[in-house]
Every structure is written in C-alpha cells, then in structure tokens.
Design a protein around this ligand. Structure first.
Ligand code: PMP
Length: 470
C-alpha cells in the first residue's frame, strides 16, 4: 500500500490545510502546469500528479505522445488551415471516412468540429433542418433527461438538464422546446430494490411515451441522451434493454434518436469504439442512433476535436436536391485537428487499447468496489470500461445526499490532488435540484494494472480522510 502512495522520490506529501483548500476553490488558486508526460501532470511547484481522469475524460492516450506530436507537426508543415468552404483536405477526408466505417454501416456522414458543445449544437440544428426538408416543420420539441449535460452553448445547455449549470442562464434557455425526463439511473430510479431491470425499463419507456403524448407525438423532433451518463451523474450505464426501449418509442412516433457520446464514446467504455455498439452487443439489440456526437477521446486532447455523425435516414435526405446543412464554423474540418485525431485513433487501434480499456475496466471496477463498497458514505460505485463513478451519500440506507454547501465531492478532489497527488474529476448537483456528489475516474486507455491499483489506493485514502473529518 505504501508503494501506491506518493513517495519521497515524487516529492513530499503536501499539507492539506484550509488555506490550500480555499485556494483551490478559485481558479486563481490552480497550480501552474509545467509539463505532462504519460500518466502524470508536472506542476511548476510541487510533486507530480497521477492523472486518473485525463482532465474531463479527455486524455485517452496519456500525455506527450511523440507519434501524435509528429503527426500534428507534419500537418502544420504542409498547411495549417483550410477553409472548409473552399477546400477539402486529406486528413479530414481520411478521418471522416474512417469514422463512418467504424459505425457498422449505420452512419453515412461526418462533420469534424472542435468541441462537444459545437457538435451537440449542430445535432439539434440538423434535426430541425431535416424535419423542414421532409415536410414536418412542426417537429420542434426535444426530449432529453434531467440528469444530463450536453454543452455550454445556448442550444446545448437548453437540452441539458444539469441544474446548477443552467440556473444562471435561465433567461436565455428556451423553455418551450426542451423537455426532460429522468435518466436511467438504477441506483436512484428503482422504486424498490425488488424492481427488476425489465420493470424499470418498462416504467421509463412509459414515462417517455407520456411526454410524447402530452406534447403531441408529431411535434417531437428528437430524443437526446448520453448512453452512459457522464458529468451529470458520474458514469451511470443504463440497465439492459433501456436504449432499445427509447429507440422503439422514437421509431414509433417518427422522432430522431440522438446520442451524445462526447464523454462516454470513442472507446471510453471499452470493447467497441462507440458506447452504443458495446451496449447494443451486450443486450443483443440494434440500438444505433440517427445522429451521434463524439469528442474528448477523439483526439485525446492533442487538438480540440469533435464530430457529428449522421445516420442513413438523415444523410439520404441531405443528399437529395442539393440540400446543404445551413451550418458551419470557421474552424470546422480543421486539418490539424484531423491529423491529431487520426494519429490518436491509429495508436488506439494498433495498441489494442479498446480491449485494454475493457480488461482494465473490470479491474478498476472490482478494486473500487472491494476498497470502497462498504464505506458508509459511498452510496454507489458504478461504471463500465475506464469510466467509473463514486457517489457519496450522507446515509447509505436512505441514500440521502449531502447538503450541497458542504461540497463533499470537491473536498475529495482537493484532498486527492493536494495530498495524494492523484487527479480525479468531481461533480455535484445534477439530480434533485443541485444535490448529489460524485467523483469520476477515467484514466488513459493504456493504463497498467499496477497504475490502476495505485489510483484506487490513493483515491480511497482521500475519501477515507475526508469522511473521517466530516
Ligand atoms: N456532452 C457531454 C456528454 C459532455 O460531457 C460535454 C463536456 N463535458 C459536452 C457535451 C460539451 O463538450 P465541450 O465542453 O467540449 O463543449
């Protein structure tokens, strides 16, 4: 165990006094980063920090990979920018073709962009445009989930349910087009411990049907969901059959199904590249969406990269009568972004990392459950692949969350990084109007068994310390 904690070689353990805690609550208090390499961040002051979350689940290959840096540099030497309105470029074409091919023939078009919010914004706008093209302009309603985060721009935030991120901007968010139902969260949504997965799915399907009925089924444009809920809940996979049920309702009423795989996609849950592929395989269902967004693990942080993937149903309509999507960003189809994403994806494939994510994911989940499952303030440990969340509760029996003002998840994150030198992602405040604390563990796909054990030990120590003090 001692080996798994920060050693003298890595620097002294830093004091966890209240002053440091205070400084971390404000961006001015953040450490200045000097370097990042492999699985570690190196701040200008103090010992290195083990990266157990890749920022916001971004750094899927770890930091400082020479192969990706070389690919980016090579592209910069040829040309650094190509306006998407005037030129095609080889890296963008290659990347788009590869991305389309990765979808088992379900997706037919790809747009390369720079952020998850941009891709989600584009997905919403393309949905509206699609229904205008097919003569159903009255389809302007979107149904998403309360526990969701889809981005920071106005459309993406409108479709998000994330309470604390929405509150300051209520005046800008459209209340009439965006509607929310509960996400599939077996820890909190089961009516009783004896409610089976099948019964839970049937109930949630009926909830969705009710919203369609209330709005008028022919006014609903799309249902939007994250196949595995990320920052809004902390790595919550759906129960078997859930995605197929949501898809069936959409198909019955002629609405589109949009998956936001910005965080959970591109190999993060292991086994397959896209989360819907693994979840569909496990359930034995075809749960492919009509539109899909990806980001984070797409270029692993080497460039700001995202994409919108367009399924056959929409793509075929776009192709007709010279229809063009009335949408574009200056930096869309950026060649350097594409060069980075291509090399990251090449490395992921050549090094068999999607498989590694699945294997190490089993280990990470098992160790977290063994080490923390019985802790009185750990309500739930859940996840898939290298995407695991720990939810904290005041009372394990009643699942009562902590008061938001206590900022329990933030305390754990600060203790973890300051004292145990491991970076985790913390979240608070999506479920139930700003209540609920969790941390997320999302190491790089090439993490070793030894490093997985180290992460678990350090995170567990931080959690134990915080709750002993509380
Ligand atoms: N969707 C999901 C599921 C996300 O997790 C995020 C970012 N955390 C976004 C969309 C928005 O992405 P970005 O911050 O790159 O705009």
């Amino acid at each position: 165990v001692r080996q798994m904690l920060p050693s003298k070689a890595e620097g002294d353990i830093i004091d966890s006094g209240s002053e440091l805690f205070q400084s971390h609550l404000h961006p001015d208090g953040l450490p200045v980063l000097k370097k990042a390499k492999g699985h570690y961040w190196y701040p200008a002051d103090g010992p290195r920090i083990l990266d157990a979350c890749g920022g916001a689940g971004v750094a899927c290959l770890g930091h400082g990979r020479r192969d990706v840096i070389r690919a980016v540099n090579a592209q910069m030497e040829s040309f650094t920018y190509a306006s998407y309105a005037h030129f095609k470029s080889k890296p963008v074409q290659e990347l788009s073709d590869w991305l389309i091919q990765s979808t088992d023939g379900k997706m037919e078009k790809a747009y390369i962009m720079c952020s998850g919010s941009e891709a989600m914004e584009a997905a919403l706008k393309l949905t509206i445009e699609y229904f205008r093209w097919v003569g159903e302009p009255q389809r302007t309603n979107f149904i998403a989930r309360h526990e969701s985060y889809h981005g920071t721009t106005i459309g993406a935030l409108s479709v998000s349910g994330h309470h604390t991120r929405r509150v300051p901007f209520h005046s800008l968010l459209s209340p009439s087009n965006f509607h929310h139902i509960p996400a599939c969260n077996p820890y909190r949504q089961r009516l009783s411990p004896s409610e089976t997965d099948t019964a839970l799915v049937a109930r949630q399907k009926a909830e969705l049907e009710d919203v369609f009925a209330r709005l008028g089924p022919s006014t609903v444009a799309a249902v939007v969901l994250e196949p595995v809920v990320g920052a809004a809940l902390g790595c919550v996979p759906p129960v078997p059959g859930y995605l197929a049920a949501m898809k069936a309702v959409c198909q019955r009423h002629g609405a589109l199904l949009i998956y936001d795989e910005v965080m959970c996609g591109m190999g993060r849950i292991g086994g397959r590249l896209h989360a819907w592929q693994r979840l569909g395989d496990e359930d034995g269902d075809d749960v492919a969406p009509d539109l899909q967004t990806v980001a984070k693990g797409f270029a692993g942080g080497y460039q700001p990269a995202s994409a919108l993937l367009v399924g056959g149903k929409v793509a075929r309509v776009m192709g007709r009568e010279g229809r063009v999507f009335t949408h574009g960003h200056t930096y869309q189809n950026h060649p350097v972004v594409a060069a980075a994403a291509l090399q990251v994806q090449r490395a992921v494939k050549e090094e068999g990392l999607i498989w590694n994510v699945k294997l190490r994911g089993y280990l990470l989940g098992r160790l977290l459950k063994e080490r923390l499952g019985q802790h009185p303030n750990v309500g739930d440990v859940r996840g898939k692949g290298l995407f695991w969340g720990i939810e904290f509760v005041k009372d394990k029996a009643t699942k009562e969350p902590f008061e938001p003002d206590l900022k329990v998840a933030e305390r754990v994150y600060i203790r973890a990084v300051r004292v145990f030198r491991v970076l985790v992602y913390h979240g608070q405040g999506c479920a139930g109007g700003g209540r609920g604390d969790h941390i997320m563990i999302m190491p790089a796909y090439n993490v070793s068994r030894k490093l997985v054990a180290k992460i678990v030990e350090r995170v567990a120590r931080a959690i134990e310390e915080i709750f002993r003090e509380l």
